[in-house]
Design a protein around this ligand. Structure first.
Ligand code: ADP
Length: 271
């Protein structure tokens, strides 16, 4: 196993400190996507960032993944500047990005192959992960033979196999219908409980943010700032039954109050 992990028994944290990102002008003026964003995430924590469309959630994840550079601010991983800790973050996108000509096991292995692991070793490791999460029976199939939900599971396996300490999940269920989405949310929590890898999850779905997380950060509309934060009080393991509790409704109302004006503002900005 190619382990980038810090010892999981030891406390460490990722600190995002005053991070801003301004995109240079394409035609007219530049775009300030996020402004002065600060937060922390600890090992084993499931943190969700919820915010209106266009508030800079993906930009923030791209910066954490090292795909974009911040214009200002720093990211520390266990007290050390992020650039010296890479590769530390595994990234899963909304689209599964599976290669249609590769079998499922070879798609999962791809994450390791691009890191320079031999094909045989990457395949062995991919099979081990598929077995661990009870998906080995799909190993010889091709992406086209799987449902959209199953493809997302495989995409998560491809992210997990790389054994990065922090998983960045960018609206992974955004394209799914409501029922598949709730099945996938429960599956994600079961999967997460196996290793309790640190997760930073992005969504604009309030129910999803509360149901999945230990802690939720609320982002303002463009330019994105952290405007609120709360700890989710529900015990784990969780099932969708907790969505019907008065405590859930109360938390949802709180987030809605915080986000409604932001969503209107985002809509007006766009118009
Ligand atoms: P979200 O993920 O919350 O929907 P994004 O991070 O995709 O938001 O975008 C935040 C803002 O930054 C938007 O106004 C978007 O148009 C702008 N933006 C994102 N990427 C670029 C880019 N490469 N160049 C210019 N502007 C960008």
């Amino acid at each position: 196993m190619i382990s980038q992990a810090l010892p999981s028994a030891v406390e460490w944290r990722v600190q995002v400190q005053n991070v801003s990102k301004e995109f240079p002008p394409a035609l007219g003026s530049s775009t300030l996507a996020i402004s002065n964003v600060s937060f922390e995430v600890r090992n084993h924590e499931f943190l969700t960032i919820v915010g209106p469309s266009g508030c800079g959630k993906s930009t923030l994840l791209n910066i954490l993944a090292g795909l974009a550079q911040p214009t200002a601010g720093t990211i520390l991983v266990d007290g050390v500047e992020h650039a010296r800790r890479t590769p530390f973050f595994g990234y899963m996108f909304q689209k599964d990005l599976l290669l249609p000509w590769r079998t499922i096991v070879d798609n999962v292995a791809l994450g390791l192959e691009v890191q320079g692991v031999s094909k045989a070793e990457a395949r062995r490791e991919a099979l081990r992960v598929l077995e661990r999460f009870k998906l080995a029976r799909f190993g010889d199939r091709y992406p086209v033979q799987l449902s959209v939900g199953m493809r997302q599971r495989v995409a998560l396996m491809r992210t997990l196999v790389c054994d990065r300490p922090v998983l960045l999940l960018d609206e992974p269920f955004g394209a799914l219908d409501a029922l598949t989405r709730s099945v996938m949310q429960e599956w994600l929590l079961e999967t997460w409980m196996v290793e309790r890898r640190t997760v930073i999850f992005i969504t604009h779905d309030i129910d999803e943010s509360i149901f999945l997380s230990d802690r939720v950060l609320i982002m303002s509309s463009h330019p994105g700032r952290i405007k609120g934060e709360f700890r989710v009080p529900f015990a784990r393991p969780r099932t969708h039954e907790c969505l019907a509790t008065p405590e859930f409704t109360e938390l949802k109302r709180y987030v809605l109050d915080q986000l409604y004006d932001e969503s209107v503002k985002a809509f007006q900005d766009e118009a």
